[in-house]
Write a protein that binds this ligand. Structure first.
Ligand code: FAQ
Length: 336
């Protein structure tokens, strides 16, 4: 679907007349006009190099996050406590894989191949979300990932449905619908566990204690330390800032924690009447940057697992290419 837009006629080839390209300043003006009118930019439209580069960076990081994000919960598929939970978890992890694939397709419309994007991930050059470098120690972690990690992902991703780049915005609409199911299944699983034994309730509380702060950091550095935010906002790629989204997430999650009967591990978390928002404690940004820079608890394991999965899948890619070559040869023979 996305790649069709890349099938542009080549003015040098065939009978098409080469049309003189408008001057760059005129193109920039058209682009700025679209930005001002809040219109979408599509793959065939002219766009400044920096806009294209920013999108490739963000979309590929996002795709990598979805793909690496299959691992922490994937570890629990064979250990899910019932057939029902196994079926739900299988569907969820499969959805994350699908999200990664739509996003790689959206990235390809910008002229960067999937192989190039994957090379960035496998060589350790490209980033993916910090949150997937933490371990899933118990079954409660799976519920907490659904509730908090997917909850944070939705908060961040709903505004991207209005992103200025058409293919990214459209991919996000379906992704957000699926993330919403993920969040609800996590919350429901935790509700069941909280209605269980004291040991089960303790397990849920322990998982919340371990995930809460990394989830808050997942929204990215504070606005004042976020080098990409200002330009991302001007280009309509980012609609709401890191800090604003983090605040919205805290405000939405506090009442949910109350319903579940868990405590959020922050002694400074309290309602601020004047701001009509919650105050919360200080995030450990040193820990966040250590994880982003490859030194989190599971970075090495996650990357090694991803690279091995890619290498183990080489035969599938080879077979698909051989099949496509055979089909093409047959079609040519039949046409002759
Ligand atoms: N982890 O200037 P900013 C999910 C980097 S999907 C690692 O603020 P920006 C689904 C950032 O890249 C989760 N790195 O950057 C799921 C930049 O580095 P660079 C992923 C981070 O782009 C659920 C530098 O710090 N979602 O969870 C992180 O304006 C459950 C400076 O930061 C997306 O990718 C981080 N947390 O804002 C799957 C959403 N935060 O590239 C499985 C799309 C920041 O300059 C199970 N992305 N950095 O070298 C975005 O909205 C934005 O890119 C932000 C960062 C908000 C992540």
């Amino acid at each position: 679907m996305y790649t069709q837009a890349m099938d542009l006629p080549d003015p040098q080839a065939g009978t098409l007349q080469a049309v003189p390209a408008p001057a760059e300043s005129a193109l920039q003006q058209q682009f700025d006009g679209k930005m001002d009118a809040d219109r979408k930019i599509e793959p065939q439209d002219w766009m400044p190099d920096a806009y294209r580069k920013t999108l490739v960076r963000q979309i590929s990081q996002h795709a990598h996050s979805e793909i690496v994000g299959m691992q922490p919960e994937g570890n629990w598929i064979s250990r899910a406590p019932s057939l029902k939970r196994k079926a739900i978890l299988l569907a969820k992890v499969q959805d994350e894989g699908g999200h990664g694939l739509y996003l790689y397709s959206a990235g390809e419309t910008l002229g960067t191949s999937r192989d190039q994007m994957l090379e960035g991930l496998h060589s350790g050059k490209a980033k993916y979300s910090s949150i997937f470098n933490y371990p899933t120690l118990t079954w409660a972690d799976v519920g907490v990932i659904g509730w908090l990690v997917d909850g944070a992902a939705i908060m961040n991703q709903v505004p991207i449905c209005r992103c200025s780049y058409g293919p990214y915005a459209r991919a996000m609409i379906r992704i957000c619908k699926e993330e919403s199911f993920h969040q609800r299944q996590g919350f429901e699983s935790l509700m069941v566990q909280m209605g269980g034994t004291p040991a089960q309730r303790e397990m849920v509380q322990d998982a919340v204690n371990r995930w809460w702060w990394p989830v808050l950091a997942m929204f990215g550095p504070p606005d004042a330390d976020s080098p990409n935010s200002a330009q991302g906002m001007r280009w309509g790629i980012k609609r709401i800032s890191n800090d604003e989204l983090r605040q919205k997430f805290v405000d939405a999650t506090v009442p949910q924690a109350r319903i579940l009967g868990v405590t959020l591990p922050d002694p400074d978390l309290k309602w601020n009447e004047a701001r009509a928002q919650h105050d919360y404690g200080v995030i450990d940004w040193d820990d966040f940057w250590a994880v982003v820079n490859g030194n989190g608890p599971c970075n090495k394991e996650r990357l090694a697992t991803r690279v091995k999965a890619h290498e183990d899948g080489q035969w599938v890619r080879d077979a698909a290419l051989a099949h496509a070559a055979k089909q093409r040869a047959r079609a040519l023979k039949e046409a002759a």
